[in-house]
Unconditional design. Structure first.
Length: 183
C-alpha cells in the first residue's frame, strides 16, 4: 500500500504501512533470496512477507518508523545478496560470548553485554570519531538487542548509526543507556 497525504505544501509518500484498528502496521514482501534470513526457528518455515505493528496510532510517526524499517531491511537484504553477512555468524559470536539473542534488551547494564558491544563495535579513544559498523556487526547488534534477525517484534531503541554519532559516556556501566535513550 502506498500512502500519500499532504501536510501544507509538503506531500509525503510512504510505502509498506497500513492502518488496522487505530494502529499502523508494516507489511512488506521478502525477496526470495532473503527468506532464509527470516526463517521461523520454531516451525522452520520461510515467510514470504514481514508483517508487524509499528505500535503507534499517529500517521506521521508510522511514516517515520516505516522509512527507518525499510532502510534497515534494504541494507540487510543487499548485504545478504552480496554475500557480506550471515545470521549464523552473528549467533555463533553471541554464543561464544556467553550471550543469547535479546540479552542486550533484557540486561543492558550488565558488564558482559557492554563489553561485548564495545568489542563488537571496536573500542576507540573518546576524542576520536566512533567507527561505522559493518553489516555483519549491525546484524549481530540487532540480534543481541531484539532477539530476532529481522526485528519482527521490536526494534532497538537506538540504531548503530545514531549510536555512533553520539558522544561516548565515560561510565562503563552505562555505556548504552547514557545516550538519553532507553534500551
Amino acid at each position: 500500500m502506498v500512502l500519500v497525504y499532504e501536510i501544507g505544501a509538503i506531500r509525503v509518500m510512504c510505502q509498506h504501512i497500513e492502518p488496522k484498528k487505530n494502529r499502523w502496521y508494516y507489511r512488506r514482501r521478502i525477496p526470495v533470496y532473503c527468506r532464509e534470513l527470516h526463517r521461523d526457528p520454531a516451525t522452520g518455515k520461510k515467510p514470504d512477507q514481514i508483517y508487524f505493528s509499528l505500535k503507534t496510532s499517529s500517521k506521521t510517526e508510522a511514516t517515520k518508523l516505516a522509512v527507518s524499517h525499510t532502510r534497515r531491511l534494504d541494507a540487510l537484504w543487499m548485504a545478504h545478496r552480496n554475500g557480506n553477512i550471515d545470521p549464523k555468524i552473528s549467533l555463533a559470536r553471541l554464543e561464544a560470548a556467553g550471550l543469547r539473542p535479546g540479552d542486550g534488551k533484557a540486561y543492558p547494564d550488565l558488564d558482559p553485554v557492554t563489553d561485548f558491544v564495545d568489542d563488537l563495535l571496536g573500542r576507540y579513544d573518546p576524542h576520536e570519531e566512533r567507527p561505522l559498523p559493518t553489516p555483519q556487526q549491525q546484524m549481530t547488534y540487532d540480534i543481541l538487542m531484539t532477539g530476532q534477525v529481522h526485528g519482527r517484534s521490536a526494534m532497538p531503541a537506538i540504531s548503530i548509526s545514531s549510536w555512533a554519532s553520539c558522544p561516548r559516556n565515560p561510565s562503563r556501566s552505562n555505556s548504552l543507556n547514557g545516550l538519553g535513550t532507553s534500551l
